[in-house]
Write a protein that binds this ligand. Structure first.
Ligand code: NAP
Ligand code: G4F
Length: 344
């Protein structure tokens, strides 16, 4: 029998990759989309899947709407990818972020409990919950210490998912996903900001790219690999929590140098802290500058995940290396800027 999946946040990066994966597996995919004055469907178009999904109006903030959406499509599986997902913005929007990323989760869980508690649920949890990390590498057993309103809100979303699993026997899983990127990544996240920014510098549309903390280290993987892990979690006999990560960490500075090389720069960093600059050795031009305004009030200095549980129980493994990820993103943005075709 055809399975139905409801994806919240379908218009985002992960939503596009998960939609392609589930359609390929024969699912009926219902996409939950919040109202915008202009429809925001470019990633689904880009992925070539827009025509194959059913779209429904949805907002994380409105319980009655969530109930109607779930009653209307009667999903076998719900993937809750919707969130205010930008850590930087969460410092300016702490209450809103909590409403979406914390209370939004319990609204969906309550609706599932009322309508059909057998519905399988995936919660998009995050390595940001580890924050000021207590151990390295981080696993499902590592204590949490969030460093942002986003991390704190997601920690509630994680805890309430575990709670509904334990209290009501629901098939609810929490994927503790480390950073994952792609050519469909939002422009405000650092990887995409770098690839798009450097491509614009190369083609004369910008002078340089301004960045914040270049020392921060992240465990960066490819979004296409991570949505496969989400799906595998919901195919298990029972819900559980899983870390998905590559097991490698790199500084923002490393990503800049790699992406820069693909775009045609040979970037050397000089100076320290707010005075640090990335200079193209070929032209002598400064292509990266630090702007202190982009520092966060509290930073997550280092993330490095250990995905042994997912590898053992789900048979999951990342397939795209850090250099290949940076290369794919840089090539995609270089081409978009060259063709004047930046759509998202
Ligand atoms: P994204 O590209 O920013 O997409 C977020 C999605 O949430 C968009 O579709 C957005 O809709 C939707 N949304 C935001 N507020 C909403 C609301 N109030 N009601 C309904 N929909 C709303 O994020 P992503 O990178 O795909 O990440 C997917 C999920 O995984 C997020 O929950 C994120 O926090 C989490 N996560 C991501 C990573 C990562 O590295 N990518 C790592 C760990 C966890 P619009 O298109 O209308 O804005
Ligand atoms: O790309 P980022 O904004 O990602 P961040 O904060 O790690 O959050 C992402 O990954 C989380 C998983 O760990 C997700 F839950 C979350 O939804 C999101 O997808 O920043 C990465 C690092 C940070 O340390 C930041 O301070 O890059 C540093 N950075 C330096 N300059 C910058 C910039 N980040 C951004 N966005 N913009 C800059 O100019």
């Amino acid at each position: 029998m055809t399975k139905t999946a409801l994806i919240t946040g379908i218009t985002g990066q992960d939503g596009a990759y998960l939609t392609r994966l589930l359609l390929g597996k024969g699912y009926r995919v219902v996409g939950a989309v919040r109202r915008n004055s202009v429809p925001n469907l470019t990633r689904l178009e880009d992925m070539g899947v827009l025509k194959d999904v059913e779209l429904v109006g949805f907002d994380l903030l409105e319980l009655s709407n969530i109930i109607h959406v779930i009653e209307g499509c009667r999903p076998d599986e719900i993937y809750n990818l919707a969130a205010q997902s930008f850590v930087g913005a969460s410092f300016d929007l702490p209450v809103y972020t909590g409403d979406c990323d914390a209370l939004g989760v319990v609204r969906i869980l309550e609706a599932i409990r009322m309508i059909n508690p057998k519905t399988r649920f995936y919660q998009a949890s995050t390595s940001e919950m580890f924050g000021k990390v207590r151990e390295t590498p981080q696993t499902e057993m590592t204590p949490f210490h969030p460093r942002s309103p986003y991390g704190a809100a997601k920690l509630y979303g994680h805890a309430i998912t575990v709670n509904y699993r334990e209290s009501y026997g629901m098939h609810a899983s929490s994927g503790i996903l480390f950073n994952h990127e792609s050519p469909l990544r939002g422009q405000e996240f650092v990887t995409r900001k770098v690839t798009l920014g450097l491509a614009r510098v190369k083609h004369g549309h910008a002078e340089m790219v301004e960045l914040g903390n270049l020392d921060a280290k992240r465990d960066w993987g490819f979004a296409g690999d991570y949505v496969e892990g989400m799906w595998r979690m919901l195919q298990q006999e029972a819900g559980d929590d899983y870390v998905l990560a590559t097991g490698q960490t790199h500084a923002v500075r490393d990503f800049v140098q790699l992406a820069g090389r693909v775009i045609g720069f040979d970037i050397a960093f000089e100076g320290h802290g707010a005075s640090e600059q990335g200079i193209d050795r070929k032209s002598g031009k400064t292509v990266v500058r630090v702007n202190e305004k982009l520092y966060r009030p509290a930073e997550v200095d280092l993330l490095l995940g250990h995905a042994a549980k997912a590898e053992r129980k789900l048979g999951w493994k990342h397939t795209v290396s850090f250099p290949d990820l940076a290369t794919g993103m840089a090539e995609a943005d270089e081409q978009r800027v060259r063709d004047n075709a930046v759509r998202f």
